[in-house]
Design a protein around this ligand. Structure first.
Ligand code: SAH
Ligand code: SF4
Length: 397
């Protein structure tokens, strides 16, 4: 398996078919080479040009000199007792990002990161607390799918997965570290490769971009992609959402929902629905009154609602609501006619659950340091990271 190399070679892993065509033309080669090479990289998992037997020997040698197929290095891989697998990947520059595979009865979902950290700092998210370093390149994003397939050995076509064996990746969600719409071009290229029939060939309904609401970029998305859309809402009114998802102060709920609706209209009309994500935090956004407000807000929006019980992490003193409260919230939505599922927590024993991905971010913003200091100062008052009587929202600096 290749490692991240420091050299002048062009990395072909993140290039779309169109970009590869341009690349081959720039080398004085025929554009149709793009399709051949794309299939070798993404359908056969090949990283060695010498193995690309339908290219001439001369072209294979030329490519070996000027190009490479290079994914991030795997620092560690852990398996949860529930079948979830988490990889920690080192990306160039030294930081680490995380990727998670979640097997379910009828699907296997890969949760992919788009940035090293995140600049948006939602109050309930471990990634946000890590601060922000940089965007991932397209190769580092599609590389997560490529490495996961290698890790499960599913590139070997002669190998049939045994009954009950995990490893088939049927869905990708851009719900790992980072805000995908703030790394627009690289995320769009990587998703293009996920959906291209000559690359990974996933259906557009099975590749989901999740956003906390970067409206100007969401407004551009339909020109570049027709992937599925998830909106991280977490609150039905601006006052509360401003506290939980700070970007709401710039792009409030009404603006976000209009933009999401326009995206859905542009890509698929009335047959496709928005996924609304709502992380349920005890005593913060889980009251029945808020459930009613949410039901009302989404009354005319074709959507399904995913309720995600808050997953704790050391820098947060929010709590997960009781099962009774979670089910009561769901019941209000269902009685109002909504489709609302409770997302079961997966991979918690390996810190792989939603919102627990922290990687190892060389933080440019010094935000993580401030959070650690703030927590250190309050430690005398009670056990570190333990729930206090009044869950509070971290002050943002
Ligand atoms: N930045 C994008 C995608 C990454 S976050 C976004 O915000 O949509 C993906 C999802 O993880 C978000 O919907 C958020 O609800 C969820 N999440 C973040 N922190 C969480 C936590 N501590 N517990 C449960 N879900 C969390
Ligand atoms: Fe960033 Fe999403 Fe986490 Fe908010 S929830 S801090 S947007 S990764």
């Amino acid at each position: 398996m290749p490692t991240t190399a420091v050299n002048n070679r062009t990395n072909l892993l993140g290039k779309t078919e169109a970009q590869l065509r341009d690349y081959f033309v720039s080398l004085g080669e025929k554009p149709f080479r793009a399709k051949q090479v794309l299939k070798w990289i993404h359908q056969a998992g090949i990283s060695d040009f010498a193995a690309m037997t339908d290219l001439s020997v001369a072209l294979r040698e030329k490519l070996a000199n000027v190009a490479e197929i290079s994914a991030p290095d795997i620092v560690s891989q852990r398996d949860s007792k529930d079948g979830t697998r988490k990889w920690v990947l080192r990306v160039s520059g030294g930081s680490c990002v995380e990727t998670v595979y979640i097997p379910e009865a009828d699907r296997g979902t890969l949760c992919v990161s788009s940035q090293v950290g995140c600049s948006l700092d939602c109050s309930f998210c471990a990634t946000g607390k890590q601060g922000f370093m940089r965007d991932l390149g397209a190769a580092e994003i599609i590389g997560q799918l490529w490495l996961a397939k290698h890790s499960f050995n599913t590139y070997d076509a002669s190998r049939e997965l045994a009954d009950g064996e995990h490893g088939k990746i049927t869905n990708v969600v851009m719900m790992g570290m980072g805000e995908p719409l703030l790394n627009f071009d690289n995320v769009v290229s990587a998703m293009n490769l996920m959906m291209d029939d000559n690359a990974h060939g996933l259906s557009k309904r099975r590749v989901t971009l999740s956003t906390s609401g970067v409206v100007p970029m969401l407004d551009k998305l339909s020109e570049a992609s027709d992937c599925a859309l998830a909106v991280s809402l977490h609150a039905p009114n601006d006052e509360l959402r401003n506290e939980l998802v700070p970007i709401n102060k710039k792009y409030p709920i009404a603006m976000l929902m209009d933009s999401a609706q326009r995206y859905m209209d542009a890509v698929g009309g009335n047959k496709r629905v928005i996924t609304i994500e709502y992380t349920l935090i005890d005593q913060v956004n889980d009251s029945l009154q808020l459930a009613q407000q949410l039901a009302q807000l989404l009354k005319n929006v074709p959507c399904k609602i995913n309720l995600i019980p808050f997953n704790p992490f050391p820098l947060s003193d929010y709590r997960r609501p009781s099962n009774n409260r979670i089910h009561a919230f769901q019941r209000v939505l269902r009685e109002a006619g909504h489709i609302a599922h409770i997302r079961t927590t997966r991979g918690e024993d390996i810190d792989a659950a939603c919102g627990q991905l922290a990687g190892e971010v060389l933080d440019r913003t010094r935000r993580s340091e401030r959070y650690r200091q703030a927590q250190g100062n309050s430690e005398g008052a009670g056990p570190a990271g333990a729930a206090t009587a009044e869950p509070h929202i971290f002050a943002r600096g």
